[in-house]
Design a binder for this molecule. Structure first.
Ligand code: ASP
Length: 548
């Protein structure tokens, strides 16, 4: 196939010469379809210019302010040489400059990459070099991490710094304060020739083996996911969404994207580190949507046992990123008496895979539901054959939300993107074990490497963890495999128990015996004061395994 050179390409949208535009203008216009992510902001700013888009601390930012600031960023980026498809790293806290930068990059026709501000220099450097990034948005607070990167990689040409912009002086790199950038005069409204199959973002994720991979997502894939999620979560422009998850994590990022697309309000926090201030926020800000991960819910339930938590104003609670133990559900329902509770499952490679319709929470509490609207899933055996109801296999995902691949990594891409139903169709192999019941509901059994082999018996880590979570007093549980000279592998459980509760190793084992087969009772129990977590709030299993 002959490739077109960029200067021969012509993006749609401009009228070909000779067309009678005047006459056409008299025809009633149907609403312009949304094709790009940034158009969501333009539409909301048009419909609700004075509505609060973002609440941060005590400060409110309207949709007009968000669009104006993002356009300024976009214009400055273009003036400074950003071209369509150029990657831009945003290494910042959940903050106003971070949000403005994301939309600024989109409106400039760039591809944004949000990097968690807790990452070390080596990871930041890897991402900048892997993605070939020339532009960095960051924060003076993070100078100790990004300055070494500036010194080591000649790639970076422009650095935009919020807070203490004067912190660095570099001859090679052009540095500018974020506020200075906003104060620049905008010469012209930035225009791009971006189309919906262009990339909108790279989302870096590390697999179980630890290698960072840049998930390539186009505008159409991300917009599709935004709309699919909005549909099943039954969100509207009146919602107030609380964002405590990092924006570098796709679960956090999509809270922002959904809110902006709808014209809703997002209340931005940096983390769940100070739970009592979050509980206050939920009430004061009239939060209606509370997205969390199981470790957040574990902390809330532990507090709730001492001091009752009660949030009647919340109407949607969502959980994904890790398995939500069934034993959490009754207390969550009391804590959020008016909320639909969504158990969900996703992978960065396609954003979200499934959700359990809240109406089925009581009937199928252990399930993660069915495929999200507009997509499909199926389970195949290791040999690639369809499995029957109740049989385990590997979950595959098909739909417009599936990534294009990993940036610059055809080898790793081939491990997860497989041929689909017809030539050119591609499906995502999750490498996760699942089974489906007679009604088509999905049950997560674990990552392929979450299955332990104890003397020839296949044991699901999720099943053992669920049994541990149902023991009164257990706040968090994580199971890993350890080497065993006789059985090959043995089960080791790490537990955090509630303050003031005295649980012994023997009591735990006895409790497990009541609900699990003998082979599934952990051989070793290790009590921890605190469970190690990744930046995304998942339990850090890699660290636990290295502690064995
Ligand atoms: N995609 C996320 C993950 O990687 C979770 C989600 O939003 O469903 O865990």
């Amino acid at each position: 196939m002959k490739h077109l050179s960029p200067n021969k390409r012509q993006a749609g949208g401009e009228y070909p010469a000779g067309r009678n535009v005047e006459n056409e203008a008299k025809q009633p216009l149907s609403p312009k379809p949304q094709r790009l992510l940034g158009e969501g902001l333009r539409n909301s700013a048009n419909a609700y210019p004075d509505k609060v888009a973002v609440r941060l601390g005590q400060t409110s930012y309207t949709y007009r302010e968000l669009l104006d600031s993002a356009l300024k960023v976009a214009s400055a980026l273009q003036d400074r040489g950003l071209n369509r498809g150029d990657r831009v790293v945003i290494f910042m806290d959940n903050s106003w400059p971070c949000i403005v930068s994301i939309y600024g990059v989109l409106l400039a026709g760039g591809v944004f990459i949000v990097v968690n501000p807790n990452e070390k220099s080596s990871k930041l450097k890897f991402i900048i070099e892997n993605s070939g990034t020339r532009f960095l948005f960051t924060d003076g607070r993070l100078s100790q991490i990004f300055i070494p990167v500036l010194q080591e990689t000649p790639l970076l040409e422009q650095v935009i710094i919020s807070n203490n912009a004067d912190i660095i002086q570099s001859n090679e790199t052009d540095c500018l304060g974020f506020d200075e950038l906003l104060a620049l005069e905008m010469h012209k409204i930035p225009s791009t020739h971006v189309i919906s199959s262009d990339l909108a973002a790279l989302i870096y994720t590390s697999g179980t083996e630890g290698k960072l991979k840049g998930v390539m997502q186009t505008h159409q894939a991300m917009l599709f996911s935004v709309l699919s999620l909005i549909e099943y979560l039954r969100l509207s422009f009146t919602d107030v969404i609380l964002l405590v998850l990092p924006i570098s994590f796709d679960y956090g990022l999509y809270q922002l994207l959904m809110a902006v697309n709808l014209g809703a309000t997002v209340v931005v926090e940096n983390s769940f580190t100070y739970p009592s201030s979050i509980y206050k926020k939920i009430k004061e800000e009239h939060v209606t949507v509370f997205p969390g991960v199981p470790s957040i819910f574990a902390a809330m339930l532990a507090t709730n046992r001492r001091n009752k938590l009660y949030f009647p104003g919340v109407t949607r609670v969502t959980s994904t990123a890790a398995h939500l133990p069934v034993s959490f559900i009754p207390d969550l329902k009391k804590m959020f008496p008016n909320a639909l509770i969504y158990k969900m499952y996703g992978q960065t490679e396609c954003k979200r895979i499934s959700f359990l319709d809240p109406e089925y929470l009581e009937l199928k509490p252990a399930s993660v539901g069915k495929a999200i609207p507009g997509t499909e899933v199926f389970i195949l055996s290791k040999e690639g054959q369809p499995v029957g109801c109740g049989e385990s296999g590997i979950l595959y995902v098909r739909g417009p939300h599936v990534m294009l691949g990993y940036w610059d990594d055809p080898g790793l891409t081939a491990e997860v993107l497989k041929d689909g139903l017809f030539y050119g169709d591609r499906v995502l192999c999750t490498h996760d074990s699942f089974h489906m019941d007679d009604d088509g509901f999905l049950y997560f059994e674990g990552r392929s490497d979450d299955m332990l082999n104890i003397g020839g018996f296949k044991i699901s880590i999720i099943e053992v963890e669920s049994a541990l979570y149902s023991i009164p007093g257990v706040v968090e549980a994580a199971v890993v495999g350890s080497n065993d000279p006789i059985l090959g592998q043995a089960i080791r459980a790490y537990l955090v128990v509630e303050d003031g509760i005295d649980l012994t190793e023997n009591q735990i084992k006895r409790n497990c015996l009541e609900s699990l087969g003998k082979m599934m009772v952990p051989k070793t129990i290790v009590f921890l004061d605190k469970m190690p977590k990744t930046h995304n709030g998942k339990i850090d299993k890699k660290l636990l395994i290295s502690m064995v």
